[in-house]
Design a protein around this ligand. Sequence first.
Ligand code: SAM
Length: 372
Amino acid sequence: MEKVISMNAGDGDSSYAQNSILQKNILLRARLWLEESIRSWKTIFDCETLCIADLGCSSGPNTLFITQIITSEIRNKYAHKGIRVPEFQIFYNDLPSSDFNTLFKLLLAAPPAERSYSVAGVPGSFHTRLFPSRSLHFVHSSNCLNWLSQVPPEIEDKNSKWWNKGRIHISEQGPEGVGDAYFAQYQKDFNGFLRARAKEVVEGGRMFLVLPSRLSADRRQPSHLAFLWETLGFAIKDLVFQGIIEEERLDSFNLPLYSVSEDELRCEIYREGSFTIVGLEVMIGGLGSSTNKLDDNEKGKFMCAQARAVLESLISYHFGERVVEAIFNRYAEILTANIIQVEEYMNQSPITALTLERNVSISTMPTKISCC
Ligand SMILES: C[S@@+](CC[C@H](N)C(=O)[O-])C[C@H]1O[C@@H](n2cnc3c(N)ncnc32)[C@H](O)[C@@H]1O
C-alpha cells in the first residue's frame, strides 16, 4: 500500500500543491497550538544545529508554511532568552513515491530571507526508523497519522465475517467488526511510529502532531470525515451498476485511513511509554470552509478536487486509469447533490493537535497500563 499512496504530483490544476486547502485550514487552526508547543518547551539545547523533521510533508505550500512557523518560533524563543540561535536542519520525509522535486523547487523559489535553514529529503515510511538515534530535536507531522500502512486484511477477505463487501470504509451499514479491524491496524502502525521516534528524538525533544480524529468512542460509528469516503463508495457502486466497474473490484477495495478517538490515542501513547502528553486539543470544525462564495455545483467540484488530489493514485492503481475520470465525475455529482450534509460534516469534523515530549529517564515513564 505504501508503494501506491502518493498525493498528486507537480503544481498543475489537479496537484496536491493546488488542492490542499482543507489541510491548510487545519494548519491555520492548529497554528496557535504549534506556537504554544514551542513556547512552553522548557528545554534549551546547547547545540550548533537544531534538527527538525516534517514527517509526511508531501509537496506544496503547506510544507513551507509549517517550516516558517517552527523556525521563527524557535528563533524568537532563543533570542528572547538571549541565547545564540542555532542553525536549523530541516528533514522533509514522505514515502518514496512523493514528489520531492516539486517541494525542493518551491523551497528554492522562496525569498532567501525566508530560507534560513538547510534542507534534506528523507524518503521512507514514518512507521519505521528513518533517522539515526537521538538525532532529532523537534518533529512535526500534520494530516498524516490517519494513513495506515495497509488495509486490515480481514475486511478484504471473502471468507472473513468482517468482509466489507460493497463498501470502501467503516459504515454504519457494514459488518460491525470493520471498525475494530481498522483500529487493530492503527495500533500496529502508530506503535511502530512511536517506537521509531522514541529512538530518534533526543531526551526532552518534542513532537507536534495534527491528525483528523473521531468524537465517538464507538468504532462502528464512522468519523465525520468518513462521510466523504462513504460517498466515494457510492460513486464507485454506481459505476458497478452501470457495468463499467466489476463488482469484485469494488469488493476488494478499502481506504487505508483511520480517524482515531482521543482515548485510543492517549492509550497508545501511554502503552508505548516513551513520550509524555504535554498538550492535547480537539478542535471541532478544523477543516473549516473555503467554499462560501461558490454555488452548490462548484462546491461539489471543489470537494471532489480536494479528495482526488489525495486519493487518485490509489483509485487509479486499483480500478485502472481508464475509469478514474468516470469515478470522480460521478463523485462530484454526488457531493453536489448532498452538499448541505457534506458541509455539515466538514464543519463538525474534529482535528486533534498533540504535543508530546520525549521522556528524560526511565524513572519518569508512565506506568504501563492496558486499557484498549
Ligand atoms: C494529506 S498529506 C499531508 C501533507 C502535509 N503534511 C499537509 O498537511 O499538507 C498526507 C501525506 O502523508 C504521507 N504519508 C502517508 N503515509 C506515510 C508513511 N507511512 N510515511 C511517510 N509519509 C506518509 C502521504 O504520502 C502524504 O504526502
